[in-house]
Design a protein around this ligand. Sequence first.
Ligand code: C2E
Ligand code: CA
Ligand code: CA
Length: 685
Amino acid sequence: MSTAMATLDSTVAVLEKRTPGRGTFVVALLALASAAVVALATTATADWNLSSLLVIAAFTTLSGIAYVDAGSSRLSISGTMLGLVLAGALLGGGPAALIGLVTTCVRWARSRESFPAFVDNLVTFTWFPLIAGLLFRSAVSALGLGHHDIGYYVLIFPAFFVALLLNFVGVVGFQCYLDRTSLWRQARDLVPPVLAAEMLSALLTMAAVYLTWQTGTLGLALLGLILVTYQYLVGELLRSKQRASELQRIATTDELTGLANRERFRQRVEGQIADAGPRGTTFAVMLIDLDRFKEVNDTLGHHYGDELLRGLGPRLVASAGDDAVVARLGGDEFAVLPDASADDVGELERIAERLIECVQEPVLMEGMTLQVGASVGIARFPVDGDDAHTLLRRSDVAMYAAKESHSGCKLYAAELDHHSLRRLSVLSDFRRALNTDEIVVHYQPIVDVEGTSVRGAEGLVRWEHPDLGMIPPGEFIQTVEQSGLIGPLTRHVLERSIMQCAEWRRAGHDLSVAVNLSVRDLLDRSLPGDIEHMLTSYHVPAAALQLEITESMLMSDPERSLATLMRLNELGLCLSVDDFGTGYSSLANLRRMPINELKIDRSFVSPMLQDESDLIIVRSTINLGHDLGLRVIAEGVEDEPTLAHLAHLGCDLAQGYHVSRPLPAEAFSAWMGTAGAQPALPVAV
Ligand code: C2E
Ligand code: CA
Ligand code: CA
């Protein structure tokens, strides 16, 4: 079979391509016309044997139609080259050119390649058999060789390779002209892999010529049939091989990003272990988990989330380096196998930092700037694990530790494992804890910015674990949210806070209490009724209860949230948007919501006197809130100058360590008792 370069698919991406103009077609027409003139002028040297012509034409065309794609865009396996050289040798240049012309037309009817490619093929497939045929026949007659001489058959080789060269230059050369790429480079890439197949084709052509002289047209027909059948079989084999490798590719590739998937990553780690073991080399596995990705997904929708992940793939690959393996393990979790030894921890940390920086780069998407962070966990072979499973699990443990401590990246250490066990035991313990007194609420005062009175308190949950001590909400809220136990927790905190508020009010303090809701709570249709019931049983006016919801909660399912919020609003509760400034809420949505208060996130408030841009955000949020008719509260006030500046900016309320840390109920009452002694904070009664 011959590997003929017969397709012109433009798969080479080049910046500025040429498009064939009218001039190219004129040249092509002239080339075709001159081929006809040459064929006519040399017709005396040709042998227009009709039956041979038909048999070869049938074989060449059939074989051309049934070409097999060899996986590369430029190469396809067919018997066209063989047939045309055979025609050139047996019948002469003119008949071979005619067969080339017919084959190209029939083939075009099937492949529907672009018109310029077709025209180029037409010229090439007319001229190369013409020249090969003329050369062969004139060489044979000049040397006085007949079909009984060995030399006659030996001459098939140069004729075949001249034809091949012309074919290559005609087809690939034209493409290179359009793409402005180097023909020499293409030749270097494309020719060596097919050279052996071409040698076989040349041999087969020689055999075909010999057989035809021995057995006549019938033998030729039989040979053609065998070759076409053989080509079909090779094609089927190749196709099934291509299908198998495609299936293998799909099974080991992450569809969204095109990166390796978990399975391929595991295979690569195992391969690395097999290579490293005997040589004593070391390496590391890095696990990357995005921070705040869920927020993008929940508030803006999966489309944005997917786009973000898709864009991250190439960036991670570029940042990890050419020889690293980058995989997406699922969700917003990526893994990297860097090409670095695990002996140099400093180098590993530098790689991890680079990866984090590359994730943090803001992405502009449909006019919106999105930014996410990342936490990286590192596990080293062989110190932290000597199989892929352990390395992955331990890098996961390290990643969680990095996430919890907000430290960016962390190296695995055995004590981190105990910590992760603690995380796992949270869930089973939590059910029990809810029914005991372990889940307690601490209260952090909310004051007015003039510092004249305490207005209320935010109830913040804590878990007083009998063995593990005090667990902050950051360590269990997310797990509880995922487990479906958030409803009971919210009700527990609400009941405690409302009860406490009632007690303060009975003692003469006109305080309100704020409780944090979770996103699931907004989809819980029975929550408003339950809250109403609690307020009536403890005789607390609805206006004394504030519910804090984050921006992302508002945006995750605005329609359904709106229904619950409306119900809560009807009860007369105060609704506050927590962590304002960190999410992606749109003003249009915000205006539709029945909210009363914006709570500026502490990440802007705490550093606002050190960082001009934070100050600008705080100032504009205060103005925005007031323009929308909302009350504005600043959380995370950590010093007196910040409180004074907030008063200057016209902020309404403040909360933060400067006023007081969250306190247990009794300590809060005691603090209020002594607060009068603090000149800035007399309690309003
Ligand atoms: P949050 O609603 O933003 O609560 C304020 C957090 O900031 C509290 O952390 C508080 O201790 C801390 N904080 C207060 N003042 C300052 C300050 O001046 N500087 C700094 N750096 N931090 C300050 P905490 O109690 O650990 O709560 C963390 C988060 O857990 C809360 O953030 C809230 O989102 C969540 N959470 C707490 N209690 C509950 C609850 O009962 N239900 C739900 N769903 N979430 C809760
Ligand atoms: Ca809050
Ligand atoms: Ca907050």
